[in-house]
Ligand binder design. Structure first.
Ligand code: SAH
Length: 353
């Protein structure tokens, strides 16, 4: 049993089963035993890898897309260059390097990183040694300024609640104890106003997930873009409309039982972009797949330019990284991209209104 499993088991024995969202929040962010709070899970020695860790091309293209949007919107100065969930800081470091040559961009930018993990904050500081950076616990404290934001694999880490349709009501997934071990179970079915709209498109036994923390995070972003201008590019795995059980654990690049290693596995769920993009005070683009988005931004030309200086194993890895980011059988289709932008402003590059 992990130390966190022990702690949660005692809590559940004392006060009863806990919601899946509470379980996920404790597993990821418990100050002493949480997965992100205690380690750097990314990169070669870690449990999983992400697009910016696979190739510098991802951050370079996102950075230039963001800088082009900034120019298209009249180069507002000063502005907040922000990223929630920046991991090791690789994406922001690539964005910062790629935008060096954009006249006025660095002079007008202040970087704002929203990060819950002290371990990863330290990694981010190392990745951005000479850039102007402020850290935040939540998106709520971002400055009241034009906001140019990227988020890659942030929303999938936010805790979800999970409901199973039962007649006109819903059973909620909770974590309880069976023979002293953490075990998923379900509450009795109750009608839920917030899921009333899903009664029309689900059948008995089907699963719907919600992400309570996603709305306040989106509100902090969309309110600034609507009032002060800017744009947000969001990349994550998921789709339009939540249906089915997408709660998953990854340990050492493999799927694992999400209840077996609390605090020692990465827990995520697919992002429901429909819920993220509902009732916005600003515009949003359509969802594009990551592969199509990166191709539109010119990843093939960038890959060819970088390949000219490479040989042997380095070249092979570079070709594999391009494929991994864009190919439908790899990250190209599962990952989706969309952007928020103000009414009346041009659409960010690589995306469709
Ligand atoms: N964007 C990075 C890392 C993705 S991993 C990349 O693409 O490589 C998820 C990141 O979100 C980590 O940095 C994690 O510590 C952070 N995170 C998770 N939950 C968070 C929360 N509630 N508030 C702030 N950051 C959070």
């Amino acid at each position: 049993m992990t130390p966190l499993a022990d702690l949660l088991a005692r809590r559940i024995a004392a006060t009863g089963p806990i919601r899946l969202s509470d379980y996920m929040a404790e597993c990821l962010l418990h100050p002493d035993h949480g997965y992100y709070a205690t380690r750097d899970p990314l990169g070669r020695g870690g449990d999983f890898t992400t697009a910016p860790e696979i190739s510098q091309m991802f951050g370079e293209l996102l950075g230039l897309a963001l800088a082009q949007t900034w120019l298209d919107h009249g180069a507002p100065a000063p502005f907040a260059l922000a990223e929630p969930g920046p991991g090791r800081g690789t994406l922001m470091a690539d964005i910062w390097r790629a935008t060096r040559g954009v006249p006025g961009f660095h002079a007008a930018a202040h970087i704002h990183l929203i990060e819950a993990s002290p371990v990863l904050r330290a990694a981010q500081a190392r990745a951005l040694p000479s850039a102007p950076v402020t850290w935040h616990d939540t998106l709520d404290t971002l400055p009241d300024a034009p906001l140019f934001l990227v988020a890659n694999e942030f929303f999938d880490a936010l805790p979800i609640r999970q409901f199973t349709r039962a007649g006109a009501g819903w059973r909620e997934t909770v974590v309880g104890l069976k023979d002293g071990r953490l075990t998923p179970g379900q509450t009795d079915a109750v009608p839920l106003a917030e899921l009333a709209h899903r009664l029309a498109d689900t059948r008995d036994g089907e699963i719907v997930e919600t992400c309570p923390a996603a709305r306040p995070a989106m509100q902090a972003i969309e309110a600034r873009i609507a009032a002060r201008g800017g744009a947000a590019i969001i990349v994550d795995y998921g789709g339009w409309h939540s249906l089915g059980d997408t709660f998953q654990a990854i340990v050492n690049h493999r799927f694992a039982d999400p209840f077996a290693h609390p605090g020692q596995a990465d827990l995520t769920a697919h992002v429901d972009f429909e819920a993220l993009l509902t009732a916005l005070p600003c515009r949003h683009t359509r969802l594009s797949t990551q592969g199509v988005f990166l191709e539109r931004l010119g990843i093939t030309q960038r890959a060819q330019a970088l390949a000219r200086q490479m040989t042997g194993e380095r070249l092979q890895m570079h070709v594999a990284a391009h494929r991994r980011l864009t190919h439908p059988a790899e990250m190209g289709t599962v990952f989706k991209t969309c952007a928020l932008y103000p009414d009346g402003a041009p659409t960010p590059p690589g995306l469709e209104p």
